[in-house]
Write a protein that binds this ligand. Structure first.
Ligand SMILES: Nc1nc2c(ncn2[C@@H]2O[C@H](COP(=O)(O)OP(=O)(O)O)[C@@H](O)[C@H]2O)c(=O)[nH]1
Ligand SMILES: [Mg+2]
Length: 337
């Protein structure tokens, strides 16, 4: 492989925005590693973002998320829409390696130029998973994909935070889990616009559907913006091809929700909330960087840690003290207002 010439952020942004998928992969890696250049690069690409339809899909491992996404990709491609997928799941078939065969068996999207698939592990990101995923969505938007699907395990708060970048949120359940719906992470139930009962070919699907419908009729999933969630049974992978069911209905329901967002003012509110979250994440990250850079080489960080361990201090007091010093310390006379 030829050595990589050092490209300027401008050159990289230009390539990304012109649809260069390799550049997208490279920029995503830079974002994940919080490389030095990424800030400048994000500034350049940001104006090219914000137009994609962003769909979140969450559910337990093995519930059929990746299989269903493969089906949905097929539908979007039929309409000539380009698709990006971010799979936040270390066990996802999209993550390649030994399970690459799975991906090829499912569909041939990996060789389709209109599809960009990226998987992310669920931890190990400086600044956190939510920050990394939010940047990755922006980068894939800048690449020009019309639709971005974010697959998450829906296990922890981190994953729920990731879900907040999505406009249309799908919660994937399978028969047998329906009884436990009350126990489902309340946060996820609250943000799901479409509840998909996948593996509707399995025993117990009917009872599960009824129980889900009863839950929804109590108004438990109603949204502040007036959207009433819907339940859709699907069979994403039957033993035989003819068993696949409910994909078209799900696809139409996604488009209907998107239409609803655009016709009501809800889309503007969502975009505003996304920017607010983004601002918070970047502030947190940058603030931490600035503070730690300021402490570097002074030995104070180590002293603080030792003091906390010895019970002479606590992290809350330390952060308060250091922040006060950073932002008010130099003009301590102005402190009392
Ligand atoms: N019976 C049945 N199996 C399915 C269905 N959808 C997916 N599966 C199977 O469930 C397994 C897990 O699917 P996968 O998409 O990897 O789940 P993920 O972990 O949620 O991404 C695979 O073996 C699929 O073939 C379905 O509708 N019915
Ligand atoms: Mg998966």
């Amino acid at each position: 492989m030829a050595a990589r010439r050092t490209l300027s952020p401008e050159e990289m942004a230009e390539r990304l925005v012109s649809g260069d998928r390799r550049m997208a992969a490279r920029v995503i890696t830079m974002a994940e590693n919080r490389s030095e250049k990424i800030g400048d690069l994000m500034k350049l690409i940001y104006p090219h973002t914000g137009k994609a339809m962003v769909i979140g899909l969450t559910g337990a491992g093995g519930s059929g998320k990746s299989t269903l996404i493969d089906r949905l990709i097929g539908r979007f491609r039929q309409r000539d829409m380009t698709v990006g997928v971010i799979a936040v799941d270390p066990s996802s078939p999209f993550s390649g390696g030994a399970i690459l065969g799975d991906r090829i068996r499912f569909q041939k999207h990996s060789i389709d130029d209109g599809v960009f698939i990226r998987s992310m592990g669920s931890r190990g990101y400086l600044g956190g998973l939510a920050r990394a995923a939010s940047d990755v969505v922006r980068i894939i938007e800048a690449l020009g994909q019309d639709v971005i699907i974010v697959e998450t395990l829906g296990a922890g708060q981190d994953e729920v935070d990731v879900f907040h970048v999505a406009q249309t949120c799908l919660l994937l359940l399978t028969p047998g889990m329906g009884d436990d719906i009350q126990a489902m992470k309340a946060g996820i139930m609250e943000i799901a616009h479409l509840i998909v009962l996948n593996k509707a070919d399995l025993d117990g699907a009917e009872a599960c559907l009824r129980s889900l419908e009863a839950t929804l009729h109590m108004g438990l999933g109603d949204k502040q913006d007036g959207w009433i969630p819907r339940i859709l049974p699907t069979v994403a992978a039957g033993v035989r091809e003819g068993q696949v069911q409910g994909i078209e209905e799900l696809f139409e329901a996604i488009l209907a929700h998107q239409m609803y967002l655009r016709e009501s003012r809800a889309m503007d509110q969502l975009q505003a909330a996304r920017v607010e979250q983004e601002l918070g994440l970047i502030f947190k990250d940058e603030l931490e960087k600035i503070v730690f850079a300021g402490l570097k080489g002074t030995g104070r960080k180590r002293d603080y840690i030792e003091a906390i361990m010895a019970g002479r201090n606590d992290p809350y007091s330390v952060v308060e003290e250091v922040l006060r010093e950073f932002f008010i310390g130099r003009n301590s006379g102005e402190r009392s207002s």
